[in-house]
Design a protein around this ligand. Sequence first.
Ligand code: FRU
Length: 478
Amino acid sequence: TRYQEKYRPQYHFTPPSGWMNDPNGMVYYAGEYHLFYQHNPDSTVWGPMHWGHAVSEDLVNWEHLPIAIYPDSLGTIFSGSAVLDQKNTSGLGTENNPPLVAIYTYHNAEMEKAGSDKFQTQGIAYSIDSGRNWQKYEGNPVLKNPGIKDFRDPKVSWHSESQKWIMSLAVKDKISFYSSPDLLNWTFESDFGQALGAHGGVWECPDLFPLDFAGEEKWILLVSINPGGPNGGSATQYFIGDFDGKEFTTEQEETLWVDYGTDNYAGVTWSNVNDKQLFLGWMSNWQYANIVPTDNWRSAMTIARELSLSEIDGKLRLLNSPVENYKNLLQKKSHNWELIGQDSFLLQQASEWTEFSFKNNRSDNQLIRFDFFNDEGEELLFNLDFAENIVSIDRSLIDNHSFSEKFKSVQKAPMNVSSDKLKIEIYKDASSVEIFINEGELVMSALYFSEKDLNRIRVTSNHSMTADIQAADFHSIW
Ligand code: FRU
């Protein structure tokens, strides 16, 4: 099979070669999930951005396609989204063959160098052959720059109540909403967020969508921020509120994060999927993305996740949990084992997928530790500390972290999970772990670069406990 290099994930999306960052243009059409991505095909570091392209029928197995959108005289192609223009409002297709329309940011490096503030504008491209070929719209840009340096990452969706397209745009320290009847002409509606949420860095890659909670419609706004994440560098916060076609409003006071790990950034959802919000993020962090020790390619995406709303101890929260289809990749499941004991200790072969369902109630000062390790003395620790109410990942005992001081710091998250259950699901690949507590109530995604496979797992606890454990490896998607 292909893509067997050291550190190459076996069931996560990676580019064939070269640099990748944000997922872009995610749209479902004709049985295919399209994934475009920020791509520099000529180098393994960030550079002139193109939209790389791949498709999947199940969000798990991917087929690489040729680069979809190339830089042109207006600039290189930064992040953005894609929609199915079902009613052909843009006139770029026909009603019988509605176009897929990509809305992206042009980044004009020459203008930036020349000292202009207006180097980011929004352009569109369209396809009338299921996303295989993309034409640029002749009237680009469709949204000019008003004189603000950070003016990018358009995420567009159809707002059925007002029968308009809504664009969420990241504008420095806020999200601006624009509306359009036809994807070509855009009108400013409102700004959100200058006095709310985390502001340790620039706001990027927004996403706005509704989710049902107990029969009520809530609107979610995702906002990536860099730096200023809960564990340094890049991370994605979210707001729960209302959207009336013009304005997003929220009563939320706390800052909430989609993922507390260091490595899930710029994630957004697929458009044109009925009744579901399916999410994918870039599994890296601008703190070290350009210098991680992979060879001929850089970066992977997270696994695809489904978003939902749930109440945790009386508070509404956004959950993200792996899409079911990954389970189709599981090789024959290993025997279920049970973890029982006074000193509660278990040592096993580490699998790519492991699920622990704890049967007994935890104690107030319980400490549970998951330790992935190998014979070389490399270890990755995941701790649940109920005395301090903190969950943490420590990758400082992995050999290969010399590329960045920042990579060593311990990642922490407040233990905001339902108190009446405890289920831990761990997805481990060649250079990443994604840990889901209680079906995505608390999530931590982190890269690691061990010299040797972390092929053993040790679970310990300071109190006796009983857990059902299931584990298995995945088939490679390559
Ligand atoms: C986020 C980001 C976007 C931008 C893109 C450039 O990671 O900085 O704001 O469009 O990457 O590659």
